[in-house]
Design a protein around this ligand. Sequence first.
Ligand SMILES: [Fe+2]
Ligand SMILES: [Fe+2]
Length: 143
Amino acid sequence: MEVHRTHRPLDKFILKDDEVLLQFVANYDRLFASNQARVSARAAMATKQFFKQHVLGHFAYEERHIFPGLLQAGLGADVARAVAEIRKDHQALSKEVKQLTALLAAAELSRADVANLRVAMAALGKHLERHSAMENKLFPSLV
Ligand SMILES: [Fe+2]
Ligand SMILES: [Fe+2]
């Protein structure tokens, strides 16, 4: 029982960075599939859920299960510095995700809101790509 409880988060959150990016693009496409001012409530819900489970959840997984082991392995100052940079980037990305989540929570969005959302989502996608590249240098084969 204890083993099952311990491993459940791993199954849930162990999406690779490239899978996170692919899912992000799919959510982005669903959000902006139409030119209507109102964003589909279902696509917004799915995107919020994706953020919570696979973006913030992915960060939490790395913070809890990847970084402590890397730091304890005594791999040197470069690795410690890279982990610190990635953690800082998690904080910045989490802030962006929270801002987008708040925007997605609006029942109805104006055209200007949709335009802002599109720009912010695109920026987040680019930021996630840069983040993934940072991590690929540090632990290419782990996550
Ligand atoms: Fe990652
Ligand atoms: Fe990360």
